[in-house]
Design a protein around this ligand. Structure first.
Ligand SMILES: Cc1ncc(COP(=O)(O)O)c(C=O)c1O
Length: 384
């Protein structure tokens, strides 16, 4: 691999970092190293690998590539987004306080509320798009501010630069779940965040065929602790999954550009529809946070949410869609639609959901790369 990849554009890095032709065979695609253990020349003398949970060549290739895409010094790959999140959170201690954006992914909320609270960590949900609220939420025990931007499912935008400054002035680190934006649209480490996490299951993999996760950071101290925990906790991805993620990420920029264009067209069409009460899309001129989104994102992404009259209308609309599959997850080439209150966010108690504004009439779309006219026609038919 050439050494000057910092100068390369995003797609050149996606195709080539960590993945030069195989020195043994010249194969242009990264081999899948399935071996679980590696022969040593003498005790402790080896070629960099001992045991595959601790280190694996295919995983190394993926980690190098994802680090380069996120503009990070370090990347650690995991078996799922939640595996990545759990391993990261295990760097904290009982008594530590975490402040998080209130409409985070339901599984992140469940990890905080049902698992980590049992180990003595404390959590406060806030609206991190309001800088005064962020300032007031910090205590002397706050170790981490956890953000999603755009958020899930209301696509609210947080000024990562501004909130990072506040968190750092209180000695807290900033973690951004960058799953929705992808490293192509937004690079939180350049905006002041200390850590980025991804559900690589989504846009990075991009084809609904692999579950994976990643943590990126520029901080050597965090990388050292994370590397220890990656091995000690063991939530590592299989070599085959690493290979699938490497294969998927090659087309990330192409896919996300098309998905963002399609999503903008769909958001505009929904906004004109009489059955639609409200559309959530960060790129809308009417969106109060559009300027922040435009400042920190290259395009506005492939996720669109919208509200219809009530739950019955939402469920009927979802069942009538033909091209959009009614399914959880997001970020793949095919379009998906879901009902957050009953599906992705069902693990959040109804009162919390209502407080965060996730209503029963809300539908979330993950817009794929199909022909946009077909997607718009599908939605119009289902809403009629
Ligand atoms: C924003 C976000 N973060 C994290 C996760 C968890 O990732 P995984 O399903 O790969 O464990 C998800 C899953 O939907 C997600 O949408």
């Amino acid at each position: 691999m050439p050494e000057n990849h910092e100068d390369w554009g995003f797609s050149t890095r996606a195709l080539h970092v960590g993945q030069g032709p195989d020195p043994e065979t010249g194969a242009v695609v990264q081999p899948i190293h399935m071996a679980t253990t590696y022969a040593q020349q003498g005790v402790g003398r080896h070629k960099g690998f001992e045991y595959s949970r601790t280190g694996n060549p295919t995983r190394n290739a993926l980690e190098e590539c994802l680090a380069a895409l996120e503009g990070a010094k370090h990347c650690l790959a995991f078996a799922s987004g939640l595996g990545a999140e759990t391993t990261l959170m295990l760097l904290l201690n009982p008594g530590d306080h975490v402040v998080y954006m209130e409409d985070v992914y339901g599984g992140t909320f469940r990890l905080f509320d049902k698992v980590l609270k049992r180990f003595g960590m404390e959590f406060s949900a806030i609206d991190a798009s309001d800088l005064d609220v962020v300032e007031r939420s910090m205590t002397s025990r706050t170790r981490m501010l956890w953000l999603e931007s755009p958020t899930n499912p209301l696509l609210r935008v947080v000024d990562i630069d501004a909130v990072s400054e506040i968190a750092h002035s209180h000695g807290a680190m900033v973690c951004v779940d960058n799953t929705f934006a992808t490293p192509y649209l937004q690079q939180p480490l350049h905006l002041g965040a200390d850590v980025v996490v991804h559900s690589a299951t989504k846009y990075i993999g991009g084809h609904s065929d692999v579950v994976g996760g990643a943590v990126m950071t520029n901080r050597d101290d965090l990388e050292k602790q994370l590397r220890f925990h990656q091995n000690a906790v063991g939530a590592v991805p299989s070599p085959f999954d690493c290979w699938l993620l490497l294969r998927g990420v090659k087309t990330l920029a192409l896919r996300v550009e098309r998905q963002s264009e399609n999503a903008m067209a769909i958001a505009n069409s929904l906004a004109r529809h009489s059955a639609v009460k409200r559309v959530y899309y960060p790129g809308f001129e009417t969106n109060a946070q559009r300027a922040v989104a435009a400042k920190q994102m290259r395009m506005f992404g492939g996720m669109v949410s919208f509200e219809v009259a009530d739950e019955a209308t939402a469920l009927r609309t979802l069942e009538r869609l033909k091209i959009f599959a009614l399914a959880e997850s997001l970020g793949a080439v095919e379009s998906l639609a879901e009902h957050p209150a009953r599906m992705t966010h069902a693990s959040i108690p109804a009162a919390e959901r209502a407080r965060a504004g996730v209503g029963d009439g809300l539908i979330r779309l993950s817009v794929g790369v199909e022909d946009v006219g077909d997607l718009i026609a599908d939605l119009e038919r289902a809403l009629s």
